[in-house]
Design a binder for this molecule. Structure first.
Ligand code: NAD
Length: 478
């Protein structure tokens, strides 16, 4: 018997969209110098949401100058005073959380259940966490008198728009830096709402500047001579360009890049929890997650049983309107990302893997890809090596823990991993040999403002979150 759910749509009346948005520089919304705009769409129905300003290198220069001027007073302010502003921002985010969650879902396509219960609570938690650090920097284990760097240039992707902003802005401000942030061109709306929140919090002008635009705007920020630090989250390809651009300059840099995480299921794993963890690991946020568990490694002795349960569970996933509170799988963020997922998944068919697709109806408008699982995957296949950044799982098998570790580490990336077993000693033994920055045991995709996050190898360098997340924004050891 199948159950039908009545629609439970979240109202959009709480959000007020402007037709056109300016850049947020020196505490005010201003027009971009060239007056050019681009559209941001709702990926679930392709509706036009708003026109966004295309920032130029001139606009970046104006924003960096505003941030440089504000740095003098912001960095000299007692930490406890800076902390008050961060607490105020955190509380406003909580107050306006429903509005922010709906706006994020409209612009990004992710289910309201996730923006409401994951993204926005974590955003507030990040500001609360770093508010607490602002007057305790000398106890962070980074010297007696750690000093801010100056102006931070920050560039973020579209998959967790406001959460990535919080990961960047909260530690930078707590440490006494000022920032110029460039949101992703696909999802700028919550960053612009955050600019309004800065005004509401009476944050001094120039401490936070938001310059929207595409990759060329990001490049202008990276290349600006008066920026002291670049913090980038995005693709490994752009991360490489940035590493080249800042090489030989005084700029400090952190790169949070892609991943291809192994989620390892041993034969003694608590099977029902492991099924939930594997589903969450790859289908949360449509798989648009740098640390997604996109390679499932199953011990051979439980393979048949596990796959049967996994297919059954995936057939219950509800794909559709992201504003419906029953929706599990939302829209793919853009036509370009849908094309990329489709292209890489097709190589799975061509290279001999076996494709399984969840039985869910695909809406007529918008960008959608159904939950997809490939079995008979070999380690050399593209779907086992490249980041797909979509709801596509590649399944491999192993016989011994040694084989699992070898296969898990056989990747150019090293961001995250998962281990499923009842045996505590096995968790410790396997975790100690995995080359991944974050390792979850009997859970997956859990985030916490107090915990550092970051990768090895082509997943980048530097850590965000927790005490470690202050280090990239301080002159350590001064
Ligand atoms: P992307 O690299 O194309 O774009 C990211 C940002 O960089 C955007 O704001 C874009 O405008 C800007 N940009 C593009 N070209 C630039 C250039 N030459 N100089 C400076 N800025 C430039 O990535 P994407 O497709 O938007 O995001 C998906 C990628 O992000 C995935 O690979 C994913 O794994 C990664 N990601 C990593 C983490 C992490 O913490 N490691 C978190 C989220 C996403």
């Amino acid at each position: 018997m199948t159950f039908e759910y009545a629609p439970a749509l979240e109202s959009t009346s709480v959000v007020s969209l402007k037709d056109q948005y300016g850049l947020f520089i020196n505490g005010e919304f201003v027009n971009a110098q060239a007056g050019e705009h681009f559209a941001t769409l709702n990926p679930a129905n392709e509706d036009h949401l708003a026109n966004i300003s295309q920032g130029s290198s001139h606009d970046i220069d104006v924003a960096v100058k505003a941030a440089r001027k504000a740095f003098t007073t912001w960095s000299a302010m007692p930490g406890a005073e800076r902390g008050k502003y961060l607490y105020r921002i955190a509380r406003i985010i909580q107050d306006r959380s429903r509005e922010i969650a709906v706006l994020e879902t409209l612009d990004n396509g992710k289910p309201i259940r996730e923006t409401r219960d994951v993204d926005i609570p974590l955003v507030a938690a990040h500001f609360f966490h770093y508010a607490g650090w602002a007057d305790k920097l000398e106890y962070a284990g980074m010297g007696n008198n750690p000093q801010p760097l100056g102006v931070a240039g920050q560039i973020i992707p579209w998959n967790f728009p406001l959460l990535m902003l919080a990961w960047k802005i909260a530690p930078a401000l707590a440490a006494g830096n000022t920032v110029v942030l460039k949101p992703a061109e696909e999802t700028p709306l919550t960053a612009l709402l955050f600019a309004e929140i800065c005004q509401q919090a009476d944050l001094p002008p120039g401490v936070v500047n938001i310059v929207t635009g595409d990759g060329s705007t990001g490049r202008a920020l990276v290349e600006h001579p008066d920026v002291n630090k670049i913090a980038f989250t995005g693709s490994t390809e752009v991360g490489r360009l940035i590493a080249h651009a800042v090489a030989g300059t005084h700029k400090k840099v952190t790169l949070e890049l892609g991943g291809k995480a192994a989620n390892i299921v041993f034969d003694d794993a608590p099977i029902d929890q492991a099924i939930e963890g594997v589903v969450n690991g790859i289908f949360f946020n449509q798989g648009h997650v740098c640390c997604a568990g996109s390679r499932l490694l199953i011990q051979e002795s439980v393979y048949d049983q596990f796959m049967e349960l996994l297919y059954d569970r995936c057939n219950t996933l509800r794909l559709g309107n992201p504003l419906d509170k029953n929706t599990d799988v939302g829209a793919i963020n853009s036509a370009a990302q849908l094309a990329r997922i489709t292209e890489i998944a097709a190589t799975g068919d061509a290279e001999g893997a076996h494709r399984w697709t969840a039985s869910c109806a695909i809406p007529e408008k918008g960008f959608w890809y159904p939950p997809t699982i490939f079995t008979d995957v070999s380690q050399a296949n593209r779907i086992a090596r490249e980041e797909i950044f979509g709801p596509v799982l590649s399944v491999l098998t192993f016989r011994t823990p040694e084989e699992a570790i070898e296969k898990a580490n056989n990747s150019p990336f090293g961001l995250s991993a998962g281990i499923w077993t009842e045996k505590g000693s096995r968790i410790l033994q396997v975790a100690s040999q995995l080359r991944a920055g974050v390792i979850w045991a009997n859970t997956f995709n859990k985030f916490d403002a107090t915990s550092p996050f970051g990768g090895y190898k082509e997943s980048g360098y530097g850590r965000e979150g927790g005490r470690h997340g202050l280090e990239p924004y301080l002159k350590v050891g001064v």
